[in-house]
Design a binder for this molecule. Structure first.
Ligand SMILES: C[S@@+](CC[C@H](N)C(=O)[O-])C[C@H]1O[C@@H](n2cnc3c(N)ncnc32)[C@H](O)[C@@H]1O
Length: 220
């Protein structure tokens, strides 16, 4: 990377401050609190912690946290406008004690979070960058699954959902060939998952008649 972890978060935090109120509904990541100590950050006795990368407008993450008060949720998104929408929602309700959101990309995850921190990592509808020349921009790829593997506890799960067939099948192939994960579904993927809290993208894509690919992989 071309920036140090300090420079990266200083930039993000000063940009964010121009556009929305950084309050106690959002964690401001800076070098004073690294690596993040979730035991201290969540003021509750919950043992399980799930991590969502790219939560978008935060709709489904907030609903998940409210539905499961005995599980802690940590979510990041790198886009200012998404964070602003999620914060607006959070500012209207009582503090959700088992939810922490932060503005961050995935570039420095290994520097800000200790290995083995999470029981589950979720990526819903990660940007597919459909054009071949843009594939290099995809966050989830054969290198990133090493990061996911490090961040998960032993036996921890990675969940993926996407409407983009080519990207989904590529992800399936990467995981099936990897010695780091095993498929947690008996089939390659599901096109329906019962009792799922849908994300904003999921609702839109389903309304448009798109087939959705749901996958779940267990850390070996
Ligand atoms: C297509 S949207 C899906 C949003 C949400 N998960 C949903 O299903 O409605 C992808 C989201 O991932 C975020 N994102 C993409 N790459 C990211 C990265 N490397 N780190 C953090 N967020 C990322 C984008 O800002 C965007 O909000």
């Amino acid at each position: 990377m071309w920036l140090s972890v300090d420079e990266y978060y200083n930039k993000i935090n000063s940009d964010s401050r121009k556009y929305f109120e950084l309050n106690d509904r959002i964690l401001e990541i800076n070098s004073d609190i690294l690596p993040l100590d979730f035991g201290e950050l969540f003021e509750n006795p919950n043992k399980k912690i799930k991590f969502e990368i790219g939560f978008g407008n935060g709709d489904s993450l907030i609903k998940l946290a409210l539905k499961n008060p005995d599980i802690n949720y940590f979510g990041i998104d790198r886009k200012m406008d998404r964070i602003r929408i999620a914060l607006k929602k959070l500012n209207k309700i009582d503090k959700v004690k088992n939810l922490i959101i932060a503005r961050s990309g995935t570039e420095y995850l290994d520097k800000i979070i200790d290995p083995g921190a999470f029981d589950e990592i979720i990526m819903n509808f990660p940007d597919p960058w459909p054009k071949k020349r843009h594939h290099k921009n995809r966050t989830l790829n054969s290198e990133f699954i090493r990061v996911l593997h490090d961040l998960l506890k032993k036996g921890g799960m990675f969940r993926f959902a996407s409407d983009h067939e080519e990207y989904s099948l590529e992800i399936l192939d990467i995981f099936l060939k990897s010695a780091l994960f095993e498929n947690a579904y008996p089939e390659d993927y599901k096109n329906e998952v019962r009792d799922r809290i849908e994300t904003q993208f999921e609702r839109h894509k389903k309304k448009d008649g798109c087939k959705i690919y749901y996958m779940k992989f267990r850390k070996i």
